[in-house]
Design a protein around this ligand. Structure first.
Ligand code: FES
Length: 139
């Protein structure tokens, strides 16, 4: 079986799908090669991610990755969300096929971008190194 039960579950019943109006941080990333787009919305209070929603126009792995990523950061401090790696997302999904790993990178980047947006909007200082753009490739 190419995809784990968890991937199939999150693909069929993605968690936290939607939009947050007046979100405190919004992150949108796209992969120019496959054309997939992911958008993440954060509601933040006292440094805690109170709510998170996502919209993904993309492949099943991208949907499953965003769903899992939102579950992993909900209720967590913003600083912890920044530590979320695509590897952690893929592991939480019990793995992704090698040629689909980049889809989880999209989730990591969308979360980071949303946090950066939150920092920028609120004048919170940060180390720009944290937000270095990486190239995402689709195969
Ligand atoms: Fe492009 Fe999955 S994100 S194929």
């Amino acid at each position: 079986m190419l995809y784990s039960e968890k991937v199939m579950d999150h693909f069929r019943n993605p968690r936290n799908v939607g939009v947050i109006e007046n979100a405190d941080g919004v992150g949108e990333v796209g992969n120019t090669v496959c054309g997939d787009i992911m958008k993440i919305y954060l509601k933040i209070k006292d440094g805690i991610i109170e709510d998170v929603k996502f919209n993904t126009f993309g492949c099943g792995s991208a949907i499953a990755s965003s769903s899992m990523a939102t579950e992993m950061i909900k209720g967590k401090p913003v600083s912890e969300a920044l530590e979320l790696t695509n590897k952690a997302v893929a592991e939480a999904l019990d793995g992704l096929p090698a040629h689909k790993l980049h889809c989880s990178v999209l989730a990591e980047q969308a979360v980071k971008k949303a946090v950066k947006d939150y920092y920028d909007k609120n004048g919170i200082a940060y180390d720009p190194e944290l937000f270095k753009e990486e190239e995402v490739h689709c195969h």
